[in-house]
Design a protein around this ligand. Structure first.
Ligand SMILES: Nc1ncnc2c1ncn2[C@@H]1O[C@H](COP(=O)(O)OP(=O)(O)OP(=O)(O)O)[C@@H](O)[C@H]1O
Ligand SMILES: N[C@@H](CCO)C(=O)O
Length: 355
């Protein structure tokens, strides 16, 4: 019997200033997979490894590999399938990807792809995994929970990885290349995929004051998360950690209150753990986070780097065009062009709809 279903996964913004690797917001920009399984069309092109034909439109269409052996989405799905002793996609699987999330810009494109890959495996093989169990699989691949949790669960979330026992650590502290061998056929060499321990990630969904909108200013260059993590120090001073913890504690509640308190939120979105180090990768970041304030721009609540950058996230209740123009202007002085989007939280997170 032919089957059709759709998977939709939101973009996300992580950190929100002081909440490095902790806070995330799912955003209403959705990676979409249209999945069609028709056993009467077993093989359609030379690239159809593992019974899967992959087609793609949108952000990344020039660069994203369409070989299921190489593509992050299908490699993730194959990892989950192999953990359930399933070798291939069902015969005649066609996955069409529509992606509006820019790659390598700090809007959680890789987190969305990983979540979508896990949901794809769950859907094609009817594994009936809960969202919480699917999160475990995602966290084996992307090992900071902020984007992944926001993409899977939606809304404004705080998350942590639980401390694992020594025997669980043996299974989790596995090189990424063993979880996601590239090509995905690496499992054929006899490697058994490492099955995730249960409940690796824990999260809480905060309320969100609905008047607060999210302005994303997206520069036209990429900064890979790996590179942006590479510039961070291995240790911090106590005063810098306390600075962030104090603000984090205030921010998670400040963003739930109506009307929002701009002075409180602006100060609570300051950070000393990642943004100061990342300004070497993102020209203009320092000026943007220090010169555009609620005093000079009414309606603005706070500004931060989105995820690992280079996108800037501004939270605001009003005057969105003026705030975006001020940020675009600073980037322009650095010869950086940008596009911008007015977004809102994606409250429901990832969804699968069967036709
Ligand atoms: N839809 C997709 N299909 C296949 N691969 C993707 C897709 N989206 C992202 N990727 C892979 O993830 C990489 C980008 O991941 P990276 O973590 O560097 O940035 P990001 O997730 O966009 O930003 P951040 O983690 O800061 O929010 C891309 O270069 C590509 O390899
Ligand atoms: N918390 C992560 C988000 C990017 O994936 C970082 O800032 O590096």
């Amino acid at each position: 019997m032919p089957r059709k279903f759709t998977v939709k996964v939101p973009a996300s913004s992580a950190n929100i200033g002081p909440g490095f690797d902790v806070l995330g917001i799912g955003l209403n920009l959705f990676l979409e997979l249209n999945v069609n399984i028709d056993p009467s069309h077993p093989k359609q092109s030379a690239n159809d490894a593992f019974n899967c034909k992959l087609t793609y439109e949108g952000e990344g269409e020039e660069d994203v590999p369409l070989d299921p052996n190489q593509n992050l989405l299908t490699r993730t799905a194959l990892y989950v399938l192999r953990c359930h002793e399933i070798r291939d996609f069902p015969i005649g699987t066609h996955v069409h990807v529509k992606n509006p999330i820019p790659l390598g810009r700090g809007l959680g494109s890789s987190g969305a792809a990983v979540v979508a890959g896990v949901m794809l495996a769950n859907g094609v093989a009817n594994l009936k995994l809960s969202k919480s169990r699917m999160l475990d699989f995602c966290l084996m691949i992307e090992r900071h929970p902020d984007n992944i949790t926001a993409a899977m669960m939606g809304g404004f979330v705080g998350s942590y990885l639980r401390e694992l026992s020594a025997s669980e650590l043996e299974r989790k502290e596995i090189p990424l290349a063993e979880v996601l061998p590239q090509p995905a056929g690496g499992y054929d060499t006899g490697l058994t995929p490492p099955i995730p321990p249960m409940k690796i990630g824990h999260h809480i969904k905060y309320d969100w004051c609905k008047e607060i909108k999210c302005i994303a200013i997206i520069p036209d260059f990429e900064v890979s998360t790996a590179k942006s993590r590479g510039v961070l120090p291995g240790a911090y001073t106590r005063s810098d950690l306390v600075f962030n913890l104090q603000r984090l504690a205030v921010l998670t509640t400040a963003l739930t209150k109506s009307p929002p308190d701009a002075e409180l939120i602006y100060a609570a979105m300051q950070d000393k753990v990642h943004q100061p180090y990342r300004k070497t990768l993102i020209p203009g970041l320092n000026e943007i986070t220090s010169s555009i304030t609620p005093n000079t721009y009414p309606g603005l609540l706070g500004i931060c780097l989105s995820g690992a950058g280079p996108t800037i996230l501004a939270l605001a209740t009003d005057h969105f065009d003026d705030i975006a123009a001020a940020i675009l202007n600073i980037f322009e002085k650095e010869n950086i062009t940008c596009k911008w989007k007015l977004l809102e939280p994606a409250y429901d997170g990832a969804v699968m709809e069967e036709e």
